[in-house]
Design a protein around this ligand. Sequence first.
Ligand code: NAD
Length: 289
Amino acid sequence: MTDTATHRAEPPFDAQPQAYPGSTAAMTPTPDHGEDSYRGSGRLAGKIAVVTGADSGIGRAVAIAFAREGADLVLSYLDEDIDARETARWVQQAGRRVVLVPGDLSDPSHGAALVSQAVEEFGRIDVLVNNAGYQKCADSIDDISVEDWNRHFAVNVHSMFYLVKAAVPHMAKGASIINTASMNAKMPMERQLAYSSTKAAITNFTANLAKLLADKGIRANAVLPGPIWTPLIPATMNDEEVEGFGKQVPMQRPGQPAELAPPYVMLASDEGSYISGAMIAVTGGAALL
Ligand code: NAD
């Protein structure tokens, strides 16, 4: 169904199970990343941005918006080459340069290699968007293996530390770090114990980073999305969760990735110069107090 006022898809959605990490092409309806709507106005002109989790979903919408605002991009993703090439195509269509770097960010050496590649190519990093994320739902604590628990923290939290540590020496005053957390950081879901715990860790990490990096003139902020229509959803949730996806928030529909891009642009741009340590909720009306 489609909300007549916003023209945004709303539940019920068809069941559409996918193997992790999922693909955009297999989704019905197709997510909106702002391909036909985002208009840039030079707000990131000349900036160099590294975006993780950039092949699809929120990362693709951020990449498209950043490129149309004038940034060159290094795009990191696990191994979804088809989706990544499509994101790169949009960046190039905006007239910007793009480098694709696949690999597993839970490996500290890959984080360092990603930063080295960005610096080799562009000489510095102005914006780091830590957006890669892993989730696996479980009905009971018995269903969460130690490996699963550790993987959540390795991908969602430890990778951010590796990347920030490697990137900061290449960031100058005015640079910006943006971490993707989740509504779950404040409103945990029982089927997402490990995931929600990592997202709460990310908000604390971000708040602390804002203090720690202030003397270097580097800002750190987090975006806390509500339910967003991306491959992560059919690749990790059951049919019932997919069918009703978005019903849990006051707007009763999921956000589209395109609806996430504006806060990332604002936080990345010089217009956000006094914003650091902020937790920006983009949740379709669910207030995070
Ligand atoms: P997505 O599936 O489009 O993106 C997830 C990305 O993470 C993929 O690009 C994948 O390549 C990357 N990734 C996963 N494991 C990785 C690894 N080991 N190494 C490198 N990259 C890895 O889904 P999305 O919803 O756009 O997710 C982006 C972020 O948004 C995630 O951090 C997710 O937790 C967060 N988020 C999503 C929702 C939602 O409802 N979709 C809600 C709140 C927060």
